[in-house]
Design a protein around this ligand. Structure first.
Ligand code: AMP
Length: 308
């Protein structure tokens, strides 16, 4: 595995790779890697010839200084994990090079970022959209894999990629969970032991709502009521938002259908957790074909590029 820190070097390696007719797959991360990240890497490996993983804890997407300062980091373990997965290039640019002196450009995707996490984390998604655009220009990938765990982020990256005509296929990766259902996250490491034990209730509550939907319940108030009731039973959970939304526009809906998603954010102590349930995926899982091709292709935006 090559470890690259220089942006010019990364661009040159990508140019050479694509010049040789090979497809570049990209997985952007902030490090402290877990199985969720590694599944995205495996997906990239299955689809691309050369896989680049970036580790960059992007200062501009943190709305709280303490969150940035305490964001977990473990470079040595990350490198070993990526090496073991057969990653070709680990790209670790410095903040100084990513944001040159006087940097003043911002990518903003307003309609998809005004609500949910965007409403509670001012500037967060501007930071995400700007750094993802910059990373696309540094890595020049043919495809990039993003997790459904960060559902709003995935949708804004899709929108931005279309709007700015990045020649990058955006590939979604399903949320990877601990055995007890808790969505894997680098932040889980910071949960107090008692909170860690109770945290799976978030996923259990979402699954209860999806089960009710599969039994025919479509009213937003009743579906969200099921989630809220379960979460209320756990005193340590401080709900930030809970919404039933359309999976593409991210706007709230009153009546659920196959395109709906329930998204939730909650604090446990100082740790902010997010999770979601995608009704189309829940339906597919109920039918026993959870990894429906149809869903993997959602948006239909990556087939053409991958086959290049
Ligand atoms: P992060 O390091 O948190 O910025 O995440 C890097 C990428 O990994 C993003 O595309 C996330 O959506 C994805 N990711 C994080 N946690 C998970 C998970 N549990 N399952 C699937 N993808 C994930």
């Amino acid at each position: 595995m090559k470890v690259v820190t220089s942006i010019a070097k990364m661009q040159e390696l990508s140019r050479q790779t694509r010049g040789a007719g090979l497809c570049v797959g990209f997985v952007p991360t902030m490090g402290f890697l877990h199985e969720g990240h590694l599944e995205l890497v495996r997906k990239a490996k299955a689809l691309a010839d050369v896989v680049v993983v970036s580790i960059f804890v992007n200062p501009t997407q943190f709305d709280r200084r303490d969150d940035f300062d305490t964001y977990p980091r473990d470079e040595k373990t990350d490198r070993a994990l990526l090496e073991r997965e057969g990653v070709d290039i680990l790209f670790e640019p410095s903040a100084e090079e990513v944001y040159p002196e006087g940097a003043d450009t911002c990518v903003n995707v307003p309609r998809l970022t005004h609500n949910l996490c965007g409403a509670h984390r001012p500037g967060h998604f501007d930071g995400v959209a700007t750094v993802v655009s910059a990373l696309f220009n540094m890595v020049r990938p043919d495809l990039a894999v993003f997790g459904e765990k960060d559902y709003q982020q995935l949708q804004l990256v899709r929108r931005m990629t279309r709007d700015l005509h990045f020649p990058v296929a955006i590939v979604p990766g399903p949320t990877v969970r601990e055995a007890d259902g808790l969505a894997m996250s680098s932040r889980n490491a910071r949960l107090e032991p008692g909170h860690r034990e109770q945290a799976p209730i978030i996923n259990a509550a979402l699954r209860a709502a999806a089960a009710a939907f599969l039994e025919g319940e479509t009213g937003a108030a009743r579906l969200l009521g099921i989630v809220r009731e379960k979460l209320d039973s756990c005193k340590a959970i401080k709900l930030e938002y809970l919404e039933l939304i359309d999976g593409e526009s991210l706007e709230p809906v009153e009546v659920a259908d196959q395109d709906s998603v329930i998204a939730v954010a909650a604090f446990m102590g100082a740790v902010r957790l997010i999770d979601n349930i995608i009704f189309a995926r829940a339906t597919a899982e109920r039918r026993g074909n959870g990894r429906l091709d149809e869903l993997e292709r959602q948006g239909g935006d990556h087939d053409a590029t991958i086959s290049n």
